[in-house]
Design a protein around this ligand. Structure first.
Ligand SMILES: Cc1cc2nc3c(=O)[nH]c(=O)nc-3n(C[C@H](O)[C@H](O)[C@H](O)COP(=O)(O)OP(=O)(O)OC[C@H]3O[C@@H](n4cnc5c(N)ncnc54)[C@H](O)[C@@H]3O)c2cc1C
Length: 405
């Protein structure tokens, strides 16, 4: 397959402006922003420094870059956005500064595609304008949520209303969010892929509670990953997104490009980790020279480059497949990119930590955060094994072994 993975003139221009913004405006206050976000406790969606940076980014025309629809965003296709998103991924908070952060991007995309005019006015407009944040709740503590057809949170009709009961966990960015897009089982007797429905729930709906923040690698601050409890949560028919039974379709729609966005950002983590590794190796005094003179250290730097470039190529190939064939025909490429990029970026960051010695495990450098995020990426948005199963299925089919499902 040949694919043109080059940036369009518009992509080049936006990438250059974004790089300048990050250098001049963002990186100088990055540590301060880390501390502010870590202390975020809701209900406000953003702290004062984040609000100021978002205003500057918006004024600089660096806002909603992920939206392919030219009337709303910048008209970047996935190959373009992939290379812009990689720059955003160099920092934990640059995506939020430009209103391109998970899970809001995926939420905005499905709202844009499926919401009614009233739902768009209530939720999509303030999300586009960056006035509110949202979260997405699918995963549950009591069932293997890799297979969402088994979810146990229920929504039962009561007149025109729905009553929702259940538990969700690992719900990213729930603290400070105003909207929760939640998947519930509405018809347990239906075909597995027609059982679920998505609901648009205001986070302050009575009966919907954040039970606790779920700490990840000992960290529980900021917008976090939360456990939610739903006890007799009553919502009207206007809370249903699309129509009852369409939840799994919407989840698929949401996940395809979203997975690629995570991978794009992860290459940003890896690339920045490699810069740290190279600089450290080249300057850390060791015996009569520096660490970089060791063949073993050089091998780590070389392996990092191979892993990063391979990941980038696979991710951009998947982006190109989405652009040209559509997301429904790009699942193989998406799975290959996701399975490879998550593991590769984790290994790159791990080698960068090794080269740094004890410093690599400290919070003085951003490597621990990159490592935690890349480790999490091997589970979130489809565990490695789920993607490997998809790839293997395609391989078997290519040789006519259709019995495998
Ligand atoms: C940092 C972080 C943020 C997250 N944010 C969100 C969020 O915002 N919203 C949300 O809804 N969820 C979120 N999640 C949850 C995430 O999507 C789930 O953890 C993931 O889908 C796996 O589900 P599970 O944890 O129930 O694992 P399980 O489904 O129990 O799977 C456990 C393991 O079993 C294996 N396995 C599963 N299925 C297969 C298969 N088909 N073939 C072979 N092996 C398999 C894999 O090794 C897998 O890791 C987040 C997770 C993390 C770590």
């Amino acid at each position: 397959m040949t694919a043109d993975l080059s940036l369009s003139p518009r992509g080049i221009e936006i990438r250059a402006r974004l790089a300048a913004f990050l250098e001049e405006v963002f990186y100088p206050v990055e540590a301060e922003l880390d501390a502010e976000m870590d202390a975020l406790d809701g209900p406000e969606p953003f702290g004062p420094l984040m609000i100021a940076l978002r205003k500057q980014a918006r004024e600089a025309g660096l806002w909603n870059l992920f939206l392919a629809d030219e009337s709303l965003g910048h008209g970047l296709n996935n190959v373009d956005y992939g290379q812009v998103c990689e720059l955003l991924g160099r920092s934990m908070w640059a995506p939020m500064v430009t209103n391109c952060h998970f899970p809001d991007t995926g939420n905005m995309e499905i709202l844009h595609q499926y919401a009614t005019p009233e739902q768009r006015e209530r939720w999509l407009r303030p999300l586009f304008d960056g006035e509110i944040r949202s979260c997405f709740a699918l995963t549950e503590p009591d069932v293997a949520s890799s297979d969402p057809t088994g979810i146990t949170t229920t929504a039962v009709r009561s007149g025109d209303d729905w009553i929702i009961n259940g538990r969700k966990w690992f719900i990213s960015n729930a603290v400070g969010a105003q909207l929760c897009i939640l998947m519930a089982c509405t018809d347990p007797g239906a075909e597995p892929h027609l059982r679920g429905t998505m609901f648009l729930l205001p986070m302050d709906t009575p009966g919907l509670d954040i039970v606790r923040r779920v700490p990840i690698f000992g960290h529980a601050g900021g917008p976090g990953h939360a456990e939610l409890r739903l006890e007799n949560v009553r919502v009207g028919a206007d809370a249903v997104l699309a129509h009852p039974g369409s939840g799994f379709l919407l989840a698929q729609e949401r996940l395809g490009p979203g997975r690629i966005h995570h991978c794009m950002r992860s290459i940003g983590w890896a690339e920045r980790a490699q810069e740290y590794a190279v600089d450290r190796a080249a300057t850390r005094p060791h015996r009569d020279g520096v660490l970089a003179q060791s063949q073993l250290v050089r091998e780590m730097l070389a392996r990092n480059r191979i892993d990063i470039d391979a990941a980038r190529l696979l991710v951009l190939r998947a982006a190109h497949a989405i652009d040209t064939a559509g997301k429904h025909r790009a699942y193989r490429e998406i799975s290959i990119a996701k399975a490879h990029a998550a593991r590769a970026t984790q290994e790159v960051v791990d080698r960068a930590m090794q080269i740094h010695g004890a410093l690599g495990l400290s919070d003085d450098v951003p490597l621990t955060r990159f490592w935690a995020m890349s480790r999490a990426l091997r589970i979130g948005d489809g565990a490695d094994e789920v993607h490997l199963m998809t790839i293997a299925k395609h391989e078997l089919r290519r040789r006519g072994h259709d019995r495998d499902r």
